[in-house]
Design a protein. Sequence first.
Lengths: 141, 141
Amino acid sequence: MSNSHDSEREEGLSFQPKFDASGLVTCVATDAATGDVLMVAHMNDEALRKTIATGEAWYFSRSRNALWRKGESSGHTQRVVEMRVDCDQDAVWIRVEQVGAACHTGRRSCFYRKVEGEGGSIGLSFVDADKQFDPTRAYSK
Amino acid sequence: MSNSHDSEREEGLSFQPKFDASGLVTCVATDAATGDVLMVAHMNDEALRKTIATGEAWYFSRSRNALWRKGESSGHTQRVVEMRVDCDQDAVWIRVEQVGAACHTGRRSCFYRKVEGEGGSIGLSFVDADKQFDPTRAYSK
């Protein structure tokens, strides 16, 4: 198994992000205070560099095909406390201080529903789903 | 902005995973005890269903193109304490009780290197990088 891995990428100290066919890595943002996962998004090379240089989270939106500073419309920015990269360098984890809410629906985290399987059927239930802001106002500009 | 979103998928209680072109969703596994991100991997429909049904993490390996029960070779299984889904249902977050180590390199977490930018150059440093097991033994079977 280990033969198929790039040992320099896994054991080295050089940052060599492994971008996918669209030029992206996955980014997981967690709340530095609580450990909760706030969101999963993507970064291209420029978003990574801007995040590292500025200490604020930048992403690449696949739906809008555009670089995006988190909070540029809503004011709900993310200050990066720490960035880590995973073994094969195709994912980064940022611990952030979130201003307001991470999710465009107004919730603190995008993960506001629990998945539960009962007797063969799978359903969702809301958890920590209070809205911190009204998305129709925050994005009306 | 909100017009472009599927409101039933975002606000409803029906589990409608949004698989990508390869039939996968992203899965973030965090340590239920510490909140640390252990790994980022992928699940297909079958992996999701098996994870929910058994309470143990199953993934789909893109490199091996195969369903995979976490720990099936190494014994380092993940018991799922809670599963959540994000707003657009293309990512799940599982909080797990990790037996041993999540990373195939032997570390507890795949995120054992910090990314730092100093004076324009970006480098990595090891953090929480002690090996919990010897991967050459765990995968020698």
